[in-house]
Each structure stands twice: as C-alpha cells, then as structure tokens.
Design a protein around this ligand. Structure first.
Ligand SMILES: Cc1cc2nc3c(=O)[nH]c(=O)nc-3n(C[C@H](O)[C@H](O)[C@H](O)COP(=O)(O)OP(=O)(O)OC[C@H]3O[C@@H](n4cnc5c(N)ncnc54)[C@H](O)[C@@H]3O)c2cc1C
Length: 357
C-alpha cells in the first residue's frame, strides 16, 4: 500500500516527490514522456515580468521555496542545476527606460530592480539605450534535472514508464487500485496531458506552445541573460538558447520552420555576430485562463489530486505549489483561493459528468 501514486514526471511531479520524500511518505511515479515542457524549458527564474515590468505574483514566497529546493536537489543528485546568472532587460527606446524608472517607484518592484541603467559593453549586441538589471535571477538546468531525477527514481524502483490507463483505475473501499498497485492517493501532474484526464479535464487549461533554438556563437562572449524581443540565455561553451515563441493553436510538441524564422528574425534585429543553429525544441506550457496554477482535490473523489497550470513559470512555482498541496492533503490547511481548483467547481458540476467526471 503506497501513500501516493504520482502521474507525470515534469517539474510538478518532481516537486511532489521531494515533498513526499521529506515527509517520509511512500510513492511511485508513472510517466510517459508525451509532454516535453519541463524538458525543453529555458529554465529561467526571475521575480519580474520583463515585458511590462510588473511583479510576478507571490514572487518572494516562491523564490524562498525554490532556491533551497534546487540547492538540496543538487546535493542529493550530485548534479549542477541552479546557475546564478544575471538577467538584463534591453531597452528598445528612451520611453522604455522611463517605464523602468516608474516601475522602480512601485514598492513591490523596487527590491527586484537595479537602480542604474547599465551601458552595453558587448560589441556584438546592439543596445544603444542600455539595460535594466533584474535581481534574484537564475537558470535551472531542467533537462539535467529530469534526467538525474529519473535515474534516481529508477534506482529506488519507483518509476514506471507508461501512459496512465484511466480504465485500469479502480476505487475500492475508499482506496485506489491501479493494476497491481494500491495507493491511498493519486496526484496528477501531467502538464498539458491533463486534456486526456477524464477526472480533471473540466479545468480550463488552454496550453501555449513554445519553441526554443540553441545556437553556437563563438564571438558573442556574453555571460548574462539578455531579454529583448527574445531571450538570449548563455549555456557555456559558446552555446546560447534563444526563445521563446507563444502560440495558442498548434498543440503538438513538434518544432516548426515558422517559429525558427520568427525567433531568428527577432534575434537578428539586435545580434551583430555570426552564429549557427544547432538545436530546435518545442513544448506546450500548461497555461490556464486566469494565469494561476491548478492545485487541489477533485470535487467528488477526495483521493484524486492535481498540481498543474504552472504556465510559463514552472521553475519558481512548482516547489511552492507542491508544498501547498501536501499541506492541504495531510494537514488540512486551506489552499490560497487563487490556486485552489475549487474556483472552477461550477464548471465541473455544470458539465455532463458521465462515469469519470
Ligand atoms: C519553450 C518553453 C520555454 C519555457 N521556459 C521556461 C522558463 O524559462 N522558466 C520557467 O519557469 N518555465 C518555463 N517554461 C514553462 C515550464 O516548462 C512549465 O511551467 C513546466 O515545465 C510545467 O511542468 P509540469 O510538470 O506541470 O508539466 P510537464 O513538464 O509537461 O510534465 C508533465 C509530465 O506528465 C507526463 N504525462 C502526461 N500525461 C501522462 C499520462 N497520461 N500518463 C503518464 N504520463 C503522463 C508527461 O509525459 C510529462 O512527463 C517553458 C516552457 C516552454 C514550452
């Protein structure tokens, strides 16, 4: 008898595993690699929305949870994960510089923004209006994390690679049976795969496709993240990740020529050196209509739980949201109403529920 079965091993699934592990709970994970969001993510964390200079919701609380979370994982897995890289916002005009100064007057933003405008010193980047620097930033190597964490679970005999078969899930005497496994609870952490989950697919997960390129640019010599119309994220060894796109119609994980063109067009507007594209990846961000995570327990089946809707901020959100859900399930603590899926309960009861919900 397990305490938990977890479906999905992305940032959400890993965060759950770690909370359970710390609290001495037994669990197994089923995952299938059908979603790639955590695998391809740029991995950046920063407390400010760089497009409009607005604070990220609950940023301080999330960072306070995320930083020690990835540090502990580095120690446990023996892999470097958290790169403390600086993030510079390239200004496109004097007006944007002024917006930055206005943002600094807002108490919620001030702690996260540098007071000075930084001059561009890189001859291969066109940035005549300079940069603003965001503080408390970094990059988590999500692919390395997923690989190392999967290996760790395999060694613990806690990982099954298969697509979860909802037809094999039975609820017997208040407990759950899935094939030969019995568990007290299931946590679904399937990212955009939620669409195939008959218990939770009433939730308004819309999904936003993102694509990223990796380029080799030997002359660029930049060690900071540059945010302009696209991000340039230094990876070391003259490699840089360029991204990302936001598309709402296409829900496949396949890279497209259209996205490559879009990214390179934007990059060429401010990069002045040669480069070569060496990789191109895509994934679906699990985005929600109200831009808040989906955390909580099924409206009817109280042993089925969910952590999803991490949108474009899984690195910061996942450890925080996993702790909230654990506290709800084991300690009965209320979830913040902004993340609790009970905010969509009406959608569930309005829907023709059939057998599975
Ligand atoms: C191009 C791009 C760039 C991004 N950049 C950043 C960034 O810089 N910073 C940041 O914080 N976030 C970024 N994100 C967002 C981030 O990737 C997501 O918020 C996060 O990865 C979501 O994690 P998740 O575990 O919920 O979902 P996923 O990573 O999608 O994981 C879900 C897992 O569940 C499995 N699964 C699904 N259905 C089933 C099933 N039926 N049976 C078994 N397994 C199943 C999937 O195969 C997958 O392994 C980016 C996303 C994209 C696409």
């Amino acid at each position: 008898m397990l305490d938990y079965l977890i479906v999905g091993l992305g940032l959400a699934g890993i965060s759950f595993c770690e909370v359970f592990k710390k609290n001495g709970r037994s669990f197994k994970v089923i995952t299938d690699g059908s979603q790639t969001s955590s695998l391809v993510a740029g991995g950046l964390y920063n407390p400010v929305t760089l497009k409009r200079f607005t604070p990220v919701w609950n940023a301080r609380e999330q960072l306070d949870m995320a930083i020690p979370f990835y540090r502990d994982l580095e120690i446990k897995l023996g892999v470097k994960l958290d790169y403390k890289v600086r993030v510079l916002r390239r200004f496109a005009s004097i007006e944007e510089q002024n917006l930055w100064f206005e943002a600094m007057d807002r108490p919620l933003l001030r702690p996260f923004l540098s007071a000075d405008i930084l001059c561009n010193k890189n001859p291969n980047i066109y940035a005549p209006f300079g940069y603003g620097e965001v503080l408390y930033t970094g990059r988590v190597a999500t692919r390395a994390l997923l690989t190392a964490y999967s290996d760790y679970l395999v060694a613990e005999d806690a990982l099954t690679m298969e697509t979860f078969d909802f037809g094999s899930l039975k609820m017997v005497g208040g407990l759950l049976e899935y094939k030969s496994v019995r568990a007290k609870n299931i946590v679904f952490a399937e990212g955009y795969g939620l669409k195939n989950n008959p218990y939770f697919n009433y939730l308004p997960l819309n999904g936003t496709k993102g694509e990223l390129l990796t380029i080799r640019a030997p002359h660029l010599k930049e060690d900071k993240v540059i945010k302009s119309s696209v991000f340039i994220i230094p990876l070391g060894n003259d490699l840089y990740r360029i991204g990302a796109t936001y598309k709402w119609k296409d829900k496949s994980n396949l890279p497209t020529a259209e996205a490559e063109q879009e990214l390179l067009g934007k990059l060429d507007s401010f990069l002045k050196c040669d480069y070569q594209v060496i990789d191109h990846v895509a994934g679906i961000r699990p985005t929600v209509t109200d831009r808040k995570p989906l955390v909580g327990t099924h409206p009817i089946y109280n042993r089925l739980h969910i952590l999803n809707g991490l949108g474009s901020r899984g690195v910061m959100l996942a450890p925080w949201a996993a702790n909230l859900l654990y506290d709800k399930i084991w300690n009965g603590r209320d979830l913040p109403k902004e993340v609790d899926i009970s905010r969509f309960a009406k959608k569930y009861f309005d829907k023709d529920q059939g057998n599975g919900g």
